[in-house]
Design a protein. Structure first.
Length: 143
């Protein structure tokens, strides 16, 4: 069965613009392109490829990585190797972002503690002039 680009877009939930881009990049090539009209026609195999592309995009694979993966994978074991490689990249990024997160938290805590210490050093007490004068006269009487 063949699907025109609009139908295929509805089936796959990929926009027509995205399908054209994927065709241009050689990632999702239609089963047939009518030479006279330029219409793109997709088939069931394209549906499976589109599903795979959507999953890979959700896993943050770039279009270049997806193209390399689709071009270089002859069977499922090739795909598993690429997925394991991506998993290592994601885990490495998580470790790095964990380190960054801890560093930022340390800076924030340090700055908050510093600000609190500054507030403690400069406690300002408001007194009225009458109270000051009374305290001064009491002090002077004791001298």
């Amino acid at each position: 069965m063949r699907f025109r680009i609009g139908e295929f877009s509805l089936i796959t939930s990929l926009s027509i613009k995205t399908l054209r881009l994927y065709h241009e990049k050689g990632i999702l090539v239609p089963a047939e392109v009518d030479a006279s009209s330029g219409y793109r026609y997709y088939d069931e195999v394209n549906c499976e490829t589109a599903r795979s592309i959507k999953v890979l995009r959700e896993f943050d694979f770039s279009l270049v990585e997806i193209k390399e993966l689709l071009d270089g994978c002859d069977d499922e074991s090739d795909m598993l190797v690429q997925l394991e490689k991506k998993l290592k990249q994601v885990e490495s990024a998580l470790d790095r972002y964990g380190d960054i997160s801890r560093s930022i938290q340390s800076i924030i805590e340090f700055e908050k503690e510093s600000a609190m210490e500054k507030d403690r050093e400069f406690d300002i007490e408001e007194k009225s002039l009458d109270t000051l004068l009374r305290n001064m006269s009491t002090t002077l009487r004791h001298l």
